[in-house]
Design a protein around this ligand. Structure first.
Ligand code: ZN
Ligand code: ZN
Length: 409
């Protein structure tokens, strides 16, 4: 071992006579002092109150876990929101899997953009929002100053940020974000229900802006996840004949749910065009692709009628080989719908408040301590919408004891 440094030469004696590795001493982080109150759940580290959060811990795929982080404080223009419940979305799964298109995320980051909660405090320059208000966040946040934002398409802003990906999100007891990005809720909408506003707003945009439905249109919705089930209900409300398309594994849960919501269903596979035409009494005029599966996109291309339209409202894990000539010769129209803007949220809030959209049986609750299980359940497809209930009493709309002033042990 010529040239190797003897461990002894890097060591030094300490006051108590023991020998420590000097290199390790130099790299040793400051000692963190943690304490916890035995009477309540409050914990402190170096004088900061700690809270529980869940997120992506490192860049590699599926490196998810609990984070104990200091409670955030609102800066000027910010609001501090106590989270009641936060849904897990397909885009969270793409982020967790480090799929192409999600390389820009820099962990550790607390995930979660589909949350509803109560404003606990606001920063000095926050306007339009006050403490005590029930809110949801717009997940994609534009700069609100550029031409794109002024045109109302904040979801397309070149400087857009995404809560729960660009910065810490709602899988936490508390979260801080710009007050201008919050949408106030009516106090009578349970926060557990309001956690579905974001995915519903995505379906609102896909159907309202990007799918021109006229009564009597025949529409296929592929992908019976939350966005697909919402889009199908909205298309039916707009007067379309709708069939929801899934794979065989969707039969027991997702397609059964679609049928409970009053929608017709079919499964993909051999003879899909015939089955769809039979279910709709003719070839589809429109197709809303909400599955993110390349095979569904190819089915749409070959099944929609000549002159028909496709709306893509999914994110794809990879490339899909398509020969555009086939679509050109049939004069198909493509629309792509990405996330949603404030107006879509407001419409989604009103739809949920009026009970105009079926949601019973859609969400499966998990406590924050089991957020990892919620991700696994979403990944395996065994649940439709995992809903992480951070504060059960708040989520159900019951009064909560907000006394956090108990002395620390
Ligand atoms: Zn989402
Ligand atoms: Zn902008």
């Amino acid at each position: 071992m010529r040239g190797a440094t003897s461990p002894d030469r890097r060591s030094r004696s300490t006051a108590d006579g023991s020998r420590r590795d000097r290199r390790l001493v130099a790299e040793c982080p400051p000692v963190e002092r943690e304490s916890a109150c035995t009477g309540c759940r409050r914990r402190e580290r170096n004088g900061d109150s700690l809270m529980e959060a869940f997120g992506k811990l490192a860049p590699e795929a599926w490196n998810l876990g609990r984070r104990d982080v200091a409670e955030p404080r609102p800066s000027a223009g910010d609001a501090l929101v106590r989270v009641a419940a936060c849904g897990i979305c397909g885009s969270d799964l793409h982020a967790a899997a480090s799929d192409p298109g999600f390389e820009w995320i820099s962990p550790p980051v607390t995930l979660g953009h589909e949350f509803a909660g109560v404003v606990e405090a606001v920063g000095p320059e926050a306007s339009g929002i006050e403490a005590g208000q029930h809110v949801v966040a717009t997940s994609i946040q534009g700069c609100l100053r550029c031409d794109t934002c002024r045109a109302g398409t904040t979801n397309l802003c070149a400087d857009r940020r995404i809560v729960g990906l660009s910065y810490d999100g709602g899988l936490a007891e508390l979260t801080v974000l710009p007050a201008a990005q919050l949408v106030p809720l009516p106090a009578d909408l349970p926060l557990r229900t309001a956690a579905l506003v974001e995915p519903l707003s995505v379906a609102v945009r896909a159907t309202r802006v990007h799918t021109r439905i006229v009564p009597g249109d025949r529409v296929v919705v592929s992908g019976p996840g939350p966005i697909g089930l919402f889009s199908a209900q909205l298309a039916a409300r707009a007067g379309a004949e709708v069939v929801v398309l899934g794979v065989e594994q969707d039969r027991s849960r997702r397609l059964a749910l679609a049928e409970r919501f009053g929608l017709r269903t079919a499964t993909v596979g051999e003879g899909i065009d015939t089955r769809v035409s039979e279910a709709l009494d003719g070839p589809p005029d429109g197709w809303i692709e909400a599955s993110g599966a390349g095979a569904a996109l190819l089915d749409a291309l070959s099944t929609v009628r000549r002159g028909g339209a496709l709306t893509l409202v999914a994110l794809y894990g990879g490339e899909v080989a398509v020969n555009p000539t086939f679509a050109v010769r049939r004069e198909l129209t493509f629309s792509c719908s990405y996330a949603s803007v404030r107006e879509d949220y407001v419409r989604a809030v009103n739809l949920l408040r009026r009970g105009a959209i079926e949601i019973d049986g859609l969400a499966d609750p998990f406590p924050l301590g089991r957020a990892h299980d919620a991700f696994e359940a979403a990944r395996s497809g065994e649940v439709v919408k995992p809903l992480v209930v951070v504060d059960d009493a708040l989520a159900r709309g019951q009064p909560v004891d907000t006394n956090t002033t108990a002395p620390l042990a």
